[in-house]
Write a protein that binds this ligand. Structure first.
Ligand SMILES: Cc1ncc(COP(=O)(O)O)c(C=O)c1O
Length: 445
């Protein structure tokens, strides 16, 4: 639908500022179409080249996307803070929100006892940290990564997995470069890549991880980086198997032109082993977050990699934010060392597995083949996302439309099981099965 916002300006800078202002105020919402280049140029009395330049600049900053005959549209989550109300979807009253891929807050380990213990032992206030990584944290992280066969001689700490990925891409790539990403893949990563002025090349993903053919095609297309989710792939739940890892390692062996990034965001919450690709290429990084098992608010991830890559990330951080607070690092050390916390994380993982497997099985019993091998999401193919999301909303379930996660993959909806109780699984499976049929079949007699 075309937006009814009047873009103004007589220079490319003024036109792009006008679009940005519309996004900020909420007058231009995600998905809104901008006027066609020639039409706007005629309207504003400027040359089409001026409008095209404005749109290009907005595209390079990730505010808009241009897709052939669909024209130029505002991206789902443009990197400019809109007024809060403009960002919020219409509230679902009395229903169940399964659209947010957050860990279940009921299953996160309590931080209180660890903060209390820290308060007792923390000592006098510290100044600027001299090392980016506390020795205790580095030692524990190395042990944990070594147990998973990830070489971790070189490592640093970032403010979460996505921060690590952003720093890696910024350190190795230049605007306009192409990044191979899983398709479907994590919406935030797609938004980040757009915001960095990089391009995405989609790699199909099956339950075993990115397909070998897909990665081969992306390499042939000249990608400069490849991002692979080790386990609990968002949104499909894929986990890289031993066989897939072997095949990908063989394909990638020695590729000096490629930065290989692995995102192990689920970490201890995934009950399948990790099969790392780390070290297959000269430039690589393996990022492991604490967000899913221990809490997103901790904002910490460990980043291991080859010496040059870790040095670039750590060196750039040193001239910027500096380091991740040592208070936070100590808190993570305390959580990692605590056997009771490890027990809680295992219980959380079991709970997600039961709910996710239960939903996949209930859908299979109704003839619907859904995906969800690991993690907190289930990916349900549907013929029409808008029809399915609307029908489910009417039935009291809020789900994420697959369009947020897809490049060329087939339509689907994403169900986050974090807010799903086991007792609700049959009702949701019924609603999903009906919603897939669309309004015509469900309303026919
Ligand atoms: C694939 C993937 N990577 C990373 C993250 C987030 O990691 P962090 O909170 O450490 O940035 C998420 C969160 O949903 C995710 O789905």
């Amino acid at each position: 639908m075309a937006a009814h916002y009047q873009v103004v300006g007589s220079t490319s800078a003024a036109i792009s500022a006008s679009v940005e202002s519309g996004i900020r105020t909420g007058d231009l919402a995600a998905g809104d179409a901008l006027p066609a280049v020639r039409a706007l140029a005629a309207d504003l009395g400027v040359s089409p080249a001026t409008v095209a330049k404005a749109y290009r600049e907005l595209r390079q900053r990730g505010l808009v996307t241009t897709a052939g005959r669909h024209g130029t549209r505002v991206r789902p989550r443009p990197p400019v803070a809109a007024r809060r109300a403009a960002l919020l979807p219409p509230p679902l009253t009395g229903g169940r929100d399964l659209s947010a891929g957050q860990p279940d807050p009921r299953l996160l380990p309590p931080l209180g006892p660890h903060l209390a213990a820290l308060a007792a032992e923390i000592g006098p206030p510290g100044g600027y940290a001299t090392d980016a990584v506390l020795p205790d944290l580095a030692a524990l992280a190395r042990d944990r990564l070594a147990a998973d066969r990830v070489p971790a001689a070189e490592l640093t700490v970032t403010g979460g997995a996505l921060d690590g990925i952003e720093r890696l891409l910024a350190a190795h790539l230049r605007p306009g470069d192409a990044v191979a990403v899983e398709d479907p893949g994590w919406a935030n990563l797609l938004d980040l890549i757009a915001a960095l002025g990089l391009r995405t090349v989609g790699v199909p993903v099956d339950d075993d991880g990115p397909t070998v053919g897909g990665v081969r095609a992306a390499l042939a297309a000249g990608v400069r980086a490849l991002v692979v989710t080790s386990r609990a792939q968002n949104p499909t739940g894929a986990a890289v198997t031993a066989d897939r890892a072997d095949a990908l390692r063989t394909l990638l062996a020695g590729r000096a032109d490629l930065l290989l990034i692995e995102d192990d965001h689920a970490a201890e919450l995934a009950r399948v082993p990790v099969h790392p690709l780390a070290g297959a290429t000269p430039a690589w990084a393996f990022v492991r977050s604490v967000s899913k098992p221990y809490g997103p608010d901790l904002r910490l991830a460990v980043l291991a990699g080859d010496e040059a890559t870790v040095a670039r990330v750590a060196g750039r951080a040193r001239v910027g934010a500096g380091w991740v607070s040592t208070v936070l690092q100590r808190l993570v050390v305390s959580l990692w060392r605590d056997p009771a916390t490890a027990g809680l994380v295992r219980r959380a993982a079991d709970s997600y597995d039961r709910r996710r497997d239960g939903l996949v099985a209930a859908l299979a019993a109704r003839g619907v083949a859904a995906h969800g091998r690991t993690g907190i999401n289930v990916w349900v193919p549907v013929p029409d996302e808008t029809v399915a999301v609307t029908a489910l909303r009417d039935a009291g379930w809020s789900l994420a439309p697959g369009g947020l996660y897809r490049i060329a993959a087939a339509p689907a909806v994403r169900v986050s099981v974090s807010a799903l109780d086991e007792t609700d699984v049959p009702a949701l499976a019924d609603a999903l099965t009906a919603a897939r049929k669309g309004p015509f079949l469900t309303h026919s007699v």
